[in-house]
Design a protein around this ligand. Structure first.
Ligand code: PLP
Length: 359
């Protein structure tokens, strides 16, 4: 069975199998990792190793803190402006699809939002061209979403926003899919449920000088500086999520790191887009080619009346979760790190066969 879910998404089989093996007796402790104190030395050692592995994988510079937080990416849509913007500040938001629009709208409760660029009028079928961004040199930060999970568009280079305004990125659906120059960002955050592990966990990487910003008056639990000072154990962390994330990081290292994943991900996406484009219009992807996502590939069938049969037959063939997002219809195949090339080969073979049988 191959799982193309957009999220919570497939995890590497080796990670699930190891978690299964260790479920009842983790690390010789006689109990599950879920049943142990986060203050215990076993857990603290595991947590530190997970952070060290992530730092190594992503090449995270020492002047960045790595936090293992909770609340999903959505909570941080609000918490980022609370921490980075003071009273009267504004922040620039680039809106390129559902999630960046939501980030901008949630931020509006805590900061004056300037929509610096938007591709909404284009139906989010392309990215807002960089030369159209109306950036404010006095903004508290610039926020963008490198990969739009629902609309299937992706920035293939980090935008150069110039100046000293920190760049903030929601990497929920493409973190760890390729090497990334972390030093280009002020803050990176990602909900875990696509390329890292269980939902609820959020990995947040922040340049330490930004922890000094006063932000707004807020309870300690919302303040990133407090979480950093407490090594993400200000309160009980998502211990299970942190542990599975650590297993995923080890798996990525064993695969050869993010360079290897990038090449594998590029080839997977290429194979599927070629099958769509080469289908003589039987399947279609509406996104401008330069903006196509490697992680979330949308496609429609030439006749929507075939959708139900496509979904039923694909599931019967062991190809799961291909139904597109309800707002857009059609199909979507998510090709995160845990989806192996064989899965995409099986999908492409199924699509060809389906087209032949249904004419
Ligand atoms: N940002 C992006 C790019 C997403 O794909 C998602 C969806 O999971 C979210 C934010 C929301 O994440 P969460 O449900 O963890 O709050």
């Amino acid at each position: 069975v191959w799982n193309f879910s957009a999220g919570p998404a497939a995890l590497p089989l080796a990670v699930l199998e190891r978690a299964q093996r260790e479920m009842l007796d983790w690390n010789g402790s006689g109990a599950s990792v879920m049943e142990q104190s986060h203050r215990g030395k076993r857990f603290i050692a595991m947590a530190a190793q997970a952070e060290a592995d992530l730092r190594e994988l992503m090449g995270i510079p020492a002047d960045y803190a790595v936090l293992f937080l909770q609340g999903g990416a959505t909570q941080h849509f609000a918490q980022i402006p609370m921490n980075l913007a003071g009273a009267g500040d504004s922040a620039d938001y680039v809106v390129s699809g559902h999630w960046s629009a939501k980030a901008a709208s949630e931020a509006g409760s805590y900061v004056r939002v300037n929509v610096a660029a938007s591709s909404e009028a284009d139906g989010y079928l392309r990215l807002p061209p960089l030369d159209s961004w109306r950036l404010d040199p006095h903004a508290a930060y610039v926020h963008y979403t490198p990969n739009e999970t629902i609309h299937g568009v992706e920035f293939h280079a980090i935008p150069d926003v110039g100046g000293t305004v920190p760049l903030v990125a929601d990497l929920s659906s493409n973190i760890l899919s390729e090497p990334l120059d972390v030093s280009r960002f002020g803050l990176i955050y990602a909900g875990a449920q696509k390329n890292i592990g269980p939902s609820g966990l959020v990995v947040l990487i922040i340049r330490r000088d930004l922890l000094q910003r006063a932000g707004r008056p807020m309870a300690r639990i919302f303040r990133y500086a407090e979480h950093a000072a407490a090594d993400s154990m200000l309160n009980t962390p998502n211990t299970w999520g942190w542990y599975v994330a650590g297993l995923t990081f080890q798996w990525l290292k064993a695969q050869g790191g993010l360079g290897t994943m990038a090449e594998r991900n590029r080839l997977k996406a290429e194979l599927l887009y070629q099958a769509i484009d080469g289908s003589g219009g039987y399947y279609r992807n509406p996104i401008e080619p330069s903006a196509r996502s490697r992680m979330n590939v949308r496609f429609t069938l030439h006749d929507g009346a075939l959708d139900a049969a496509f979904l039923q037959e694909s599931e019967a063939a062991g190809l799961l979760a291909l139904k597109g997002h309800k707002a857009l219809g059609g199909m979507r195949a998510s090709l995160y790190n845990a989806v192996p090339p064989e899965a995409v080969q099986a999908l492409v073979a199924f699509m060809r066969d389906f087209a032949q049988r249904h004419g």
